[in-house]
Design a protein around this ligand. Structure first.
Ligand code: DGL
Length: 282
């Protein structure tokens, strides 16, 4: 078990973690809104996808990633992954942080997403498309019920969507089959849905195809802007944490996979070439 005295109290970059490339869709929006901060992005591409893995494994992989980012000097880490937010966030906040370093913070992305839907849905019927892990955790219906008890929620797991993105097949003709199938399944369960949450950070890469198979009049809610706005608000409300986040406008990209492979694919998400470092998690 790590001991908190090994961690520095100095200010550091904001850590952004995902199982792979998906968190880059969140990073993009955060960077747009808060360009002055330094960031370390960590993608656990060697072990993606997390969505089909057990609670214990997702927790262990996420804990290792958070520890890595803490060692790199991050005082604040965003789990830019719904699966990790659903399955690991609470244990990390309640069990690990008090042992590792009680002054550090780890934030998830489900709550900030849910906070937005009250203003978006008129029918009060909401659909969630996400990984199997996120759907099975019931995190979205549970969080939605806390804030908007009158909203009906149905979820649909889309186990092929993350692999389509991770293998750069999201624009292929074959992807249409899987995209259409899950949207049809969701809407067949509740035909009053007027808002669909894309509850996985990989899914914005499939947005063109998702739009193609979603009937007009249904709002598709991606998470990046909501998470970025929520982070800005958090830093305003917590000047003590804001002071612990360095502001040089730099980003370091890290992956557990080969750096070249990550760099090529990540450049598609970010629309610019990047330097990447391979790291080992333990
Ligand atoms: N981007 C992750 C999420 O938001 C994908 C999970 C996976 O690796 O399956 O859930």
């Amino acid at each position: 078990m790590h001991n908190y005295i090994q961690y520095s109290k100095a200010a550091g970059p904001i850590g952004i973690f995902d199982s792979g490339y998906g968190g880059l869709t969140i990073y993009n929006e955060i960077k747009k809104l808060l360009p002055q901060y330094d960031y370390i992005y960590l993608g656990d591409n060697a072990r993606t996808p997390y969505g089909t893995r057990s609670f214990d494994i997702v927790y262990e992989f996420t804990r290792q990633s958070v520890c890595h980012l803490f060692k790199q000097g991050c005082q604040l880490v965003i789990l830019a992954c719904n699966t990790a937010s659903a399955k690991a966030l609470r244990t990390i906040q309640q069990v690990d942080i008090p042992t590792l370093d009680p002054s550090r913070r780890v934030l998830g992305i489900i709550r900030p997403t849910v906070e937005f839907i009250g203003d978006v849905t008129k029918s009060r019927h909401v659909g969630v498309l996400a990984t199997e892990g996120t759907i099975k955790s019931r995190s979205y219906p549970l969080e939605i019920r806390k804030l908007f008890p009158e909203i009906e929620v149905v979820g649909e797991a889309c186990p092929m969507w993350v692999p389509l993105v991770e293998t750069n097949e999201h624009n292929s003709d074959g992807a249409d089959f899987f995209v259409k199938r899950h949207i049809d399944n969701l809407l067949a369960r509740d035909n009053e849905i007027d808002t669909i949450i894309l509850g996985c950070t990989h899914y914005p890469m499939l947005l063109d195809k998702i739009r193609k198979y979603t009937p007009e009049g249904i709002t598709l809610l991606t998470q990046g802007a909501a998470v970025a706005a929520s982070l800005k608000d958090y830093l305003n409300r917590h000047p003590e944490m804001d002071n612990l986040c360095t502001k040089g406008g730099e980003t370091i990209f890290c992956t557990t996979e080969a750096d070249g492979k990550f760099g090529d694919q990540a450049s598609l998400f970010l629309q610019q070439p990047i330097d990447v470092k391979t790291v080992t998690l333990e």
